[in-house]
Ligand binder design. Structure first.
Ligand code: DX5
Ligand code: ZN
Length: 226
């Protein structure tokens, strides 16, 4: 199992976005998490294709694009064109979940499916063999800087157990309210792709990334035979 840190640029200083991304890149973060919000699926609006296209020129890191938009199938080609490497769509927002996941994969990208805190983990079961990654939201999607919702941990555990049972190698991503205090808890629960906004970009970016990468390294070392 590969353990991956995916800093969410939603918490970066947008006036110095390129610079902050370069810092995250240089500090060794494997992914960059890019939160797109449409003001419909979630109350807030973040940024879209032109911003992603602009930051594509400052880093080669994996662009982990999290679409919090209604009917994401309308925009897959646009996000591919502006440089996404992986696209995650919400099960609650898509009218054609399986077809859209298939389409993202056909285009050579990694496909993720996300569920919000109130959606049961069972909603992912019909696409377990299709998607590459499952994103269990650990806050209500829409804003950075919220507190982790404890009841989401059992969903991560359940999904992890089912994937193990079925011998399926899939990524489990968690997103929202992850801090130094609950970081190892989400890893223990079975998550392996960890999104963090505030815990990385508020404060010293390099130091924060180094800290979390080291924690991932220790965790991986302790769990290599599992
Ligand atoms: C929330 C976004 C998250 C957010 C996480 O809707 O999907 O990616 O940036 O931010 P923190 O880590 O600050 O909770
Ligand atoms: Zn996100």
């Amino acid at each position: 199992m590969k353990y991956i840190l995916s800093p969410s640029i939603l918490a970066a200083d947008f006036a110095r976005l390129g610079e902050e991304i370069k810092k995250a890149d240089a500090a060794g973060a494997q992914y960059l998490h890019i939160d797109v919000m449409d003001g419909v699926f979630v109350p807030s609006i973040s940024f879209g294709m032109p911003v992603i296209k602009a930051i594509r020129s400052v880093t080669d890191k994996f662009f982990d694009v999290h679409l919090m938009i209604q009917e994401p199938e309308r925009y897959i080609d646009d996000f591919i064109a502006c440089g996404a490497d992986g696209i995650t769509i919400h099960a609650e927002a898509s009218k054609s979940l399986i077809e859209t996941v298939d389409y993202i994969k056909e285009k050579g990208l990694r496909a993720g499916v996300s569920i919000s805190p109130n959606t049961p983990v069972e909603a992912l079961f019909p696409i377990l063999d299709k998607a590459d990654m499952f994103l269990i939201m650990t806050v209500e999607p829409g804003f950075g800087g919220q507190s982790y919702i404890d009841s989401c941990t059992s969903k991560v555990k359940k999904l992890h157990e089912i994937l193990l049972e079925r011998n399926m190698q899939k990524d489990i991503q968690v997103d929202g309210g992850i801090t130094r205090d609950n970081f190892s808890m989400v890893l223990e629960a079975g998550a392996n792709v960890i999104v963090m906004g505030s815990s990385i970009f508020k404060g010293n970016i390099e130091e924060n990334i180094k800290y979390f990468l080291q924690e991932l390294h220790f965790f991986q070392k302790d769990h290599t035979n599992e």
